[in-house]
Design a protein around this ligand. Sequence first.
Ligand SMILES: C[S@@+](CC[C@H](N)C(=O)[O-])C[C@H]1O[C@@H](n2cnc3c(N)ncnc32)[C@H](O)[C@@H]1O
Length: 332
Amino acid sequence: MKRKANHLLLDQAKISKKDEFYTQLVDIERELKHYSSHFSGKVIYCNCDDVETSNFFKYFATNFETLGIKKIICACYKKSSDGLGAYFEYTGGAVNYDDIKYFSSDGDFRSLESIKLLEQSDIVVTNPPFSLFREYISQLITYNKKFLVISNINAITYKEIFNLIQNNKAWLGINLGRGISGFIVPSHYELYGQETKINDQGERIVSPNNCMWLTNLSNFKRQEFIQLTKKYAGNENEYPNYDNCNGINVNKTKNIPADYDGLMGVPITFLHKFNPRQFEIIKFRKGDDGKDLRINGKSTYFRILIKNKLVKKNYSSSTVVCYEQQNLKFGS
Ligand SMILES: C[S@@+](CC[C@H](N)C(=O)[O-])C[C@H]1O[C@@H](n2cnc3c(N)ncnc32)[C@H](O)[C@@H]1O
């Protein structure tokens, strides 16, 4: 029992350590350049950000005029032992830290004071604490906010997040995995043998390679069609059937057959290429018996069950024809 409790403490410590990953300007620029058209006339809220150190604030303040932003609100949480949370409102010109205001409590994103600022905002952009990610996103949905946030790729497997993605209420951003180069960690951070380096500003960087952007702002990638070059007909043995679901297993997104009209189980990285005009997400991971998808008795890796919306079966000739797909210009 004691041993279990110790493990729990260690897990919690590891979780809160992940909350101390700070985002590099280079990674913010690499993603946010794809959303320039969204920020004009808008109030941007960075609600997990210290104005004096946040690269999200730096990015928006530096590009304030060019993007036509109306206002930036930047709010920072403080553990109660460290004092009060604080926030800063910026409407252009020189940044004066003397204008920082204090919350009456810790500045938790769930506090009434922070929610009041959320209500005044149009778009929330930040890297929130991963240990509170479910609650964080659920609040944004409750308040009907636009958002662009960093998350662990694992969050896709959370029921709440998967439901949003399935229902086209959230989708992946442009960069993920190695596309996010790494996070600034404090000097006291224990590295657990992770890959580290020092960046140009002398900051300590870890590159976990397991993060992504999650958003409900439109981006170009979501408009692109996956170019499907493989066929199911004639290659059936490359696509085994599941034991507990009427569908086939596809090991790589690029191997999705262009001519299959039924359920296909694809890796979760498919979501990075998902275009809702081409595919429909049916469900996650489980077969008809509610258990993990299996092939010949063996569970597969996490799979998302999808259907190609553009493949229609031509019953009269019993061949499969991609009517619309043939007329589509991929990538347009
Ligand atoms: C992953 S770090 C990212 C910091 C900053 N957004 C960035 O990208 O550099 C998450 C931040 O959320 C803060 N935080 C933790 N719990 C919070 C809460 N309940 N409400 C608001 N912020 C919180 C942490 O102090 C930490 O600074």
